[in-house]
Design a protein around this ligand. Structure first.
Ligand SMILES: Cc1cc2nc3c(=O)[nH]c(=O)nc-3n(C[C@H](O)[C@H](O)[C@H](O)COP(=O)(O)OP(=O)(O)OC[C@H]3O[C@@H](n4cnc5c(N)ncnc54)[C@H](O)[C@@H]3O)c2cc1C
Ligand SMILES: *[C@@H]1O[C@H](CO)[C@@H](O)[C@H](O)[C@H]1NC(C)=O
Ligand SMILES: *[C@@H]1O[C@H](CO)[C@@H](O)[C@H](O)[C@H]1NC(C)=O
Ligand SMILES: *[C@@H]1O[C@H](CO)[C@@H](O)[C@H](O)[C@H]1NC(C)=O
Length: 377
């Protein structure tokens, strides 16, 4: 790298764009983030604030790159929490190591490759709590599903609104500028880059050496990537912080409760509806989410008539992509671009591994062989 720091314009301020901004700035790049939505905003076009979120990998051994991203992120968060624990003066990132329970209503078919990478992984006896109690409360009803396999571990859960603000402020401390602006999507990708450049210039930033496309589902419109599709997730925010994260892999459904550290609230979920763009919450889905979580999070049944105290109901659209996450270099017109979008259900747990790959792709592109558009991961 020359003494003049290369300037990277990142489009997108979700967990992908902001984590990349932090890692690039930390490596010595000059970074500008341009995004239609920034931490604190809520929009169906901005997935990151709607996540649960917890570290619960959905990668399989057939996807070694994604497995590796998730492990890198886990380890990075452990170190981050250790630093926070040692120095009370550090800003709080909103992540906490939680007891984490996993229940399966069907025989275990999943490859638990991740077991050695989380903390204290162990199979749970069905004769002891929490499985026994869940099973007991289910056996009151004839047709209620029973848990067939259960495990526990310790893994991070993330207060996502807080973590996004934290990432943004950490990036700003390293000189990253965040500009709130929407780029046009109706005149092609190159035009969007041109517009990004003039937006940055209007804010006193220099010409970009390279762009990072971290637009999530927005990539569908922005660059016309027809492989992008939504994976809709409806959740319910309730009062009280559950004592543990719990995930139930039911037969044909998933139920989960994820405490949001420090917020006094818990996210209950949830759905994964491929191809559905609807922003409106479905009342029947809300009812099912609450019913399925009664046995998972009984400590939160503090409302009238023994129900949950519902704060809000919301939907988010996970950025799915045919062929998986797009992480590659491209030359658009004469501009260098690195793409990083389509993280589907794993944007948080992918974030650190994904950002480190972004850093390598940016380095390679600027090294001069950027004219070859294909990425070598
Ligand atoms: C209910 C639910 C639960 C989830 N749970 C988890 C979990 O437990 N663990 C986990 O790891 N992941 C989870 N996820 C997935 C995770 O939320 C996503 O993978 C992640 O948020 C994607 O982030 P992103 O930064 O790629 O996209 P986004 O957060 O959508 O960010 C896109 C950015 O691009 C900007 N943008 C787009 N178009 C334009 C434009 N034309 N001009 C300017 N800016 C533009 C937007 O304004 C925004 O800033 C969950 C998601 C949902 C919905
Ligand atoms: C839960 O209870 C059912 C019915 O009593 C039983 O078949 C099942 O094995 C139990 N689950 C576990 C994990 O033991
Ligand atoms: C981001 O990538 C998508 C998919 O290729 C593309 O449609 C979009 O124009 C890109 N956006 C920018 C600003 O480069
Ligand atoms: C999308 O979800 C909504 C709310 O649950 C539902 O009413 C609608 O029928 C779904 N649309 C599609 C195309 O599945």
């Amino acid at each position: 790298m020359t003494s003049a720091k290369p300037h990277v314009i990142i489009i997108g301020a979700g967990v992908t764009g902001l984590t990349s901004a932090y890692f690039l700035a930390d490596a010595g790049y000059d970074v500008t983030v341009i995004a239609a939505h920034v931490p604190g905003d809520e929009s169906i076009e901005y997935t990151s604030p709607w996540a649960g979120a917890h570290w619960r990998t959905s990668a399989t051994p057939a996807e070694p790159t994604i497995c590796d991203w998730d492990v890198q992120t886990f380890e990075y968060w452990v170190e981050l929490l250790e630093r926070e624990g040692r120095d009370a003066g550090l800003p709080k990132c909103g992540i906490k190591m939680q007891d984490s329970y996993h229940f399966w209503d069907t025989e275990l078919q999943e490859d638990l490759w991740w077991a050695p990478h989380v903390k204290d992984f162990r199979q749970l006896s069905p004769l002891r709590d929490p499985v026994a109690t869940i099973n007991d409360s289910s056996s009151n009803k004839d047709d209620a599903p029973q848990i067939k396999w259960a495990a526990a571990c310790r893994a991070p859960s993330i207060n996502v609104p807080q973590y996004l603000l934290y990432l943004q402020s950490q990036a700003r401390c390293l000189g990253v500028q965040v500009i709130k602006a929407r780029l046009p999507t109706d005149a092609g990708f190159e035009n969007a880059l041109l517009s990004a450049e003039s937006t940055a210039k209007a804010h006193g930033r220099k010409k970009a050496d390279i762009f990072l496309n971290a637009t999530g589902l927005g990539a569908a419109k922005l660059c016309g990537d027809e492989g992008m599709y939504p994976i809709r997730g409806q959740t319910v925010l309730v009062k009280g912080e559950a004592k543990a994260t719990r995930t139930r892999n039911g037969d044909g459904y998933v139920a989960y409760c994820i405490p949001r550290p420090g917020s006094g609230m818990t996210i209950l979920g949830g759905t994964k509806e491929v191809g559905n763009w609807s922003e409106a919450a479905d009342p029947e889905t809300t009812r099912l989410i609450l019913e399925r979580n009664r046995v998972l999070a009984p400590e939160l049944l503090t409302g009238e008539e023994g129900g949950f105290e519902v704060v809000s109901v919301q939907c988010g659209l996970r950025p799915g992509r045919k062929g998986g996450t797009r992480m590659e270099r491209e030359i658009v017109g004469r501009r260098r671009v690195v793409h990083a979008y389509g993280h589907a259900s794993g944007g948080y747990q992918n974030s650190v591994g994904s950002a480190r790959l972004v850093l390598r792709l940016v380095e390679r592109s600027l090294d001069g062989d950027g004219v070859r558009a294909t990425a070598r991961l």
